[in-house]
Design a binder for this molecule. Structure first.
Ligand code: SAH
Ligand code: SF4
Length: 391
């Protein structure tokens, strides 16, 4: 029973819309029964054309896109807020972990991607504004700050100071006791930023750098703006600068035109970069994108082929990840507690190298424990009883 249900949505892949339809159907039923009074749809689906049709079909009470979320306050009778020219999305005070948006939108035009059309062009938040917010959050108890954006490494200070992401990350790493950032674009990632991750004790040694494909032909078709060798070189710099660090990526299989050789190049890259984890996606045609048009031609990759390639890439990633995780067994790690102990008696945490760990402790989220890694799977490490009290 609720006065208002807000569906905050993602539009990146087709099945996101299908899932939202499922929820909207259920909510319409609850509304008819009087158990839910109002339904709002926000986020990227709200910003897309498709939302008009959803609005009619499911009689949604309020639709908001990505630039007018402040209208939700007025809708529920709170004082209205004017949106400023920069994205103001303050993290929650008092939370041990906070997300700070440093940029919205994206200036790339990847063939398959719907983000530029629903989120618009890149808007960066001024350096001082970000630093102030981080200071305020840390002052209110936040112990872990994640800087967010579609291409955070493309950030530059809109106030004309000449500061780039490297400078911002350095400043934030002085303000917060633990820092991470996502997502980065290989074309913007500077070597000095990769080295900074290794140099600063407060930056988690974890890099998420989406590659999408190992084939130069596909990278070109996707308009990614780099070749696989350039990506490999970035990874070499990262591995050297952060030897104990973890590396993750995004990979799309089955983009229109992807031939068997392209797929093999991807498998080779997975082998060479030895990712600690990867999000593997089967290409999903998003209307209005260049790749969706290409998918209508004979260049489309048949579903069965895409599914096989998907499993092959996933298996390669998991085998590598499993081997790498096994090497952590026996090491003693300081673990940041993200989620308190659950039903099976283990809390979920993260090492300074960015590994996810299950650890038997009653420590509260935001605290640290030190434990020895006893076993490992492809996705998580398992630690033993902590030594000493939580910090
Ligand atoms: N801005 C980030 C990622 C944005 S979306 C970047 O450029 O890396 C997150 C991931 O979803 C992408 O990295 C991509 O791997 C995947 N993705 C985006 N559009 C997709 C589509 N149409 N089909 C399949 N996967 C897609
Ligand atoms: Fe989409 Fe990322 Fe490419 Fe931007 S850089 S168009 S968000 S995939």
């Amino acid at each position: 029973d609720a006065d208002l249900v807000v569906l905050n949505t993602c539009y990146v892949r087709e099945n996101a819309v299908d899932r939202v339809r499922g929820h909207l159907g259920e909510l319409s039923r609850l509304k008819r029964e009087g158990r839910v009074k109002k339904v709002a749809l926000t986020g990227c689906i709200g910003a897309a054309e498709e939302s008009r049709q959803l609005e009619k079909q499911y009689s949604i009470d309020l639709i908001l896109g990505t630039h007018n979320t402040y209208e939700l306050a007025e809708f529920i009778g709170l004082p209205g807020m004017e949106e400023t020219h920069t994205p103001e999305l303050p993290g929650t005070e008092g939370e041990h972990t906070a997300f700070v948006t440093i940029m919205t939108g994206c200036n790339y035009k990847c063939s398959y991607c719907v983000v530029p059309s629903v989120r618009g062009r890149m808007v960066c938040r001024p350096m001082e504004n970000v630093v102030h917010e981080v200071r305020r959050l840390v002052g209110s108890g936040t112990r872990y700050v994640t800087l967010l954006g579609q291409t955070v490494d493309a950030w530059r200070d809109p106030e004309g100071s000449g500061n780039k992401f490297f400078d911002l990350l350095g400043r934030v790493a002085e303000e917060a006791p633990r820092v991470w950032f996502t997502t980065s674009h290989p074309s913007n990632m500077e070597d000095r930023t990769l080295r900074l991750i290794g140099e600063r004790e407060t930056i988690v040694g974890k890099l998420h750098l989406p590659v999408q494909s190992g084939s130069d032909r596909m990278l070109k078709a996707m308009h990614r703006g780099y070749k696989s060798d350039r990506y490999r070189r970035k990874i070499e710099v990262f591995r050297e600068a952060v030897p104990r660090g973890t590396l993750s990526t995004d990979i799309i299989v089955g983009h229109p035109g992807e031939a068997e050789e392209d797929h093999e190049e991807t498998l080779r890259l997975v082998e060479d970069c030895s990712f600690d984890s990867a999000y593997v996606f089967k290409f999903s045609p998003r209307s209005g994108t260049e790749a969706a048009e290409l998918a209508k031609s004979p260049g489309a990759v048949p579903e069965g082929v895409a599914q096989r390639r998907f499993l092959e890439v996933l298996r390669a990633v998991e085998q590598n990840a499993f081997k790498r995780n096994q090497r952590k067994i026996g090491s003693t790690e300081e673990i940041y507690i993200r989620h308190a102990k659950n039903g099976n008696g283990r809390a979920v945490g993260e090492t300074w190298s960015g590994h996810a760990v299950h650890v038997p402790t009653t420590a509260e989220p935001g605290g640290y424990v030190t434990s020895k890694i006893e076993s490992a799977g492809p996705h998580v490490l398992y630690a033993g009883e902590p030594v000493g009290p939580p910090r």
